[in-house]
Design a protein around this ligand. Sequence first.
Ligand SMILES: [Zn+2]
Length: 439
Amino acid sequence: MKHFILSLLQIKENNIDCTNTTVEEISHKGIKSLFITAKLTYIPTHCPDCGCMNAEYSIVKNGTRASRITLPHISGLPAFLKLTKQRYLCKDCGHSFTAETPIVEKYCHISTRTRQWIAHQCDQRLTEKYISEMASVSTTTVRRVIEETAHAIRQRPTHTLPAHLCFDEFKSVKSVDTAMSFIFCDAVSHRVIDIVEDRKQYALTRYFLRYDRSVRHKVKTVTVDMYAPYFHVIQACFPKAKIIIDKFHLVQALNRELNRTRIQVMNQYRHRDRPLYNKFKRYWKLLLKPPNHLTRTEYKKYRLFSEWKSTDSIAQYLLNVDETLNANYDYAHALSDALRQGHMEQFKALIQTSHAAPLSPGMRRVLRTFKKYAPHIEQTLHYPKLTNGPLEGINNSIKALKRVAFGYRNFAHFRDRILLMTRLYQPEIKRAPNSRKAS
Ligand SMILES: [Zn+2]
C-alpha cells in the first residue's frame, strides 16, 4: 500500500511514513476532493539553528505540525496531502524546528509538482483563471508562477545575439503608446529573444545599445517589413548587418494596390452598369492570382456570364475594361514573379520602364518605395530562406492568446505569458540559412 500510493503520487521521498495512510473523499470548499494522509519523520543530522552535529543526543522529537499540501488533480478530483510533519527540539540551543521535504518548499503549501504543472499549462493558449481552477489554487498563485518562470527564462541583454534576426511588431495592450509593441527573434532557430514595449525609434535604439558593441557587430542580417524607423535603428545599432525586406510584405504591397485599383474601377460602374459592377465584385480573387494559376483550356458555365468562360478569360474581360487596371495588373504580377523567381535584374528593369506605363498613383508610390529600398530587396533575393514567416506565425499565436483571455491590461503580464508560450518548450534548432549565391 505504501509504495503504491507514493508511486501513484510520484513522490520520491523516503522520509514519508505511509503505514497509516488513508485516502478519503471530503468536500473541500463545496467540491468533492481527495485527502491522503501521511506522516513526515526522520532523524535529523544536525540542528539548523546552532548547527550542532551531535544530533543523536541533543535533538529530540517534540510534537507534530499538521499541513495541507495541494497536489495536482487525481482522477478529475482536487487532491490534497494531509502531511503531519515532525517537530524537533534542540536541547543545546533550545530552538525547535520542523521536518522539511523536497515535495513542498518551506513556508509553502502548494507542492512543487503543482507549480511545475502550472508552468507547463502556461505555454498553452489558456486563461490564468482556467489554469487556477484546474490546479485548485488562486489566480495570484498562477500569476506568481508565471512571473518566476518567465524571469528565469528571460535572456539578460549584453549577453549574445544570433547572427540572423527578424524584427516585427504586434498589437499590444492599450497602455502602450500607439498600442504596438516590438518583438524580435532568431531567424534560424525561430526562438523569440525579447519583446520591447515601445517600437519607436528612440526606444529601440536605447534598447539595443545595451548590448555590447562586439555582440552587435556580429549580427549579419536583419529581416524587417517596410517600417521606416527599423532602418535607422539597424544603421545605428547593427552597422555591419545587411537589411532584408520580407518578401511577403513586398508582394502584399503590390496586391493591396492592385486590389485598391480594382475597387476604384468597380465603383465607377456602381450606378452606370450594375452587371459589370457585380462581375468586378464577385471575381476579385482572379485578379490577385498569379496569371499562370488561371485556367486557359477549361471552359465552364459561370454565374454572371451568359457564355462559357475559363478563369483566364474572365480576368481578361475585367482587365479590358480599364487601361490603368490592366497596366497595374501586368506590373504587379511581373514584379511578384521576379521576386518569386529571384531575378533581380528583371525586377530593376521593370521599375525602370514603369514611367511609360499608365499606372495608378498608388502603384507609382509602391514602385517608388521599391526603388528606394532596392539594395535591401536585393538582399531579400540573396537570402531566400530568411523571412519574417516565423514571427508572423508567433504573432498569430499572440493574437489567439489575447483573444482567449479577453485582452490584457498589463504589458508585463502579457510579455511574461508570450515568453513562456514561445520559449519554454521550443522545438529544436531549425535549418541553417543558405543564400542563393555562395556568400
Ligand atoms: Zn540547536
